[in-house]
Design a protein around this ligand. Structure first.
Ligand code: RM4
Ligand code: MN
Ligand code: MN
Length: 409
């Protein structure tokens, strides 16, 4: 399809659905996606970390890269931080620096997995002194969030066991809840605790927060300031993530996402690169709930969680943002009235075909229009490439020293 016929096809579907182009554009323009500071620095696999020329080495450089992504996409005004990876001794200054770049600090991610003390767990550790240390670290993150103007603490635990019998599973569960209660009690008004889950890795027998059900139980027991965070790379194969999203929306406990894609495990690949239809189905659930007035649908933190291995880091982030926007835009095109009608009639195929009609629509002309109206280049990747930014940071920043995860390598 050439560009003109794609525009015509788009207008046809917008008219047919009785959608207003201006309204669609506004909704896409107000859809914000948070990028992670850790996606701009060097990262890799346990085999090798390839140093990227210009890879961000500190908070200043990560903020600058995130600001560049926002400049070309117009969609990424916040950046998530990971503590202590992004530590600084002056958080008020960091906030100002972000603001001077037109950015805000987003979710604060405590790190409860890289200290020697955490070998047997952090919030679930058998030793109360180590649990206390982990709780104190999250408290420190709450203070950082307050100083930087962030309202989200995003918690992921590596806690678990490697062998049956290594620890008491119910005992760990009790310790987890008690630790979470201590953290929850410290949340200032307006701040939310997002509880992420992952079914495996680094623990191999049991993980203390393995699935959405456990996160939801903890959040429900804690109170209204706790919600569930869905990382799209954290489920066993075959899991229906869209259905999890539907359930969390229905319980009004969907706090946010960590978007990434994967072929095998927690691969942290460019969002929508492997399974764009799954991404669309997730957004279809959100758009469907929003159309019915579900209040949770309007307060979801859309965040990317990627760590790049061989991809150009800033481009990979921009491509992820574009792919998320595509899935979101398509979900807005679903004819909800027609869908309800055929579902009620029990017409199995017709329901699928309603989704397919939206999914197969080329929304790139729509996104081009969105960007044109924002004064942006219609292709953010090309905008980055022609800006000279990547070459400039490659010149200015020394190549960071990186290591392999394996001893002696
Ligand atoms: C985990 C999880 C967390 C992220 C860490 C680094 O797999 O996705 O969100 O902070 O990796
Ligand atoms: Mn994550
Ligand atoms: Mn992950």
């Amino acid at each position: 399809m050439n560009a003109d016929s794609a525009v015509e096809a788009l207008h046809a579907i917008v008219d047919q659905r009785q959608l207003e182009l201006d309204d669609l554009v506004r909704r896409i323009q107000s859809f914000a996606i948070e990028t992670p500071s850790w996606g701009y620095g060097n990262s890799g696999t346990r085999f090798k970390v390839f140093a990227w020329p210009g890879g961000a080495r500190n908070l200043h450089e990560k903020l600058a890269d995130a600001a560049m992504v926002h400049r070309v996409t117009g969609a990424c005004p916040t950046v998530a931080l990971h503590i202590p990876w992004d530590n600084t001794d002056d958080w008020a200054a960091a906030r100002q620096e972000a603001e001077s770049l037109g950015m805000r600090i987003g979710a604060i991610n405590p790190n409860l997995f890289q200290d020697d003390e955490y070998k047997l767990g952090s919030l679930t550790h058998p030793d109360p002194a180590i649990r206390r240390r982990a709780i104190d670290h999250v408290r420190e993150c709450i203070v950082i969030a307050q100083t930087t103007g962030s309202d989200i603490i995003s918690l992921w635990l590596a806690d678990g066991t490697n062998y049956p019998g290594q620890d008491d599973l119910r005992g760990r569960r009790h310790r987890l809840f008690e630790s979470l209660q201590a953290i929850y009690a410290d949340l200032p008004p307006g701040m939310r605790l997002l509880i992420e889950y992952k079914f495996f890795e680094p623990a191999f027998y049991s993980t203390d927060l393995p699935d959405w059900g456990t996160s939801l139980l903890m959040a429900t027991k804690l109170g209204p300031k706790a919600d569930v965070l869905v990382d799209t790379g954290h489920h066993p194969h075959g899991t229906n993530i869209a259905q999890i999203v539907a359930q969390l929306l229905d319980e009004e406990r969907l706090g946010g996402f960590h978007f990434n894609d994967r072929k095998y495990a927690d691969d942290d690949l460019i969002v929508g690169s492997v399974n764009p239809f799954e991404l669309f189905c997730i957004f279809n659930e959100i758009a469907g709930a929003a159309a019915e007035g579900n209040s949770n649908a309007g307060r979801i933190a859309y965040m990317i969680d990627q760590s790049h291995n061989i991809e150009p880091k800033i481009e990979a982030m921009i491509q992820s943002v574009m792919n998320i926007q595509i899935a979101y835009a398509k979900s807005l095109l679903v004819d909800r009235a027609a869908l309800r009608h055929v579902q009620k009639a029990g017409d199995v195929l017709a329901g699928y075909r309603e989704l397919q009609a939206a999914y197969e629509t080329d929304v790139r002309p729509l996104l081009a229009e969105v960007r044109r109206r924002q004064g942006l280049d219609v292709d953010p990747i090309l905008a980055l490439r022609s800006s000279g930014y990547v070459a400039q940071v490659a010149r200015e920043r020394a190549v960071a020293a990186v290591s392999s995860g394996y001893p002696g390598a």
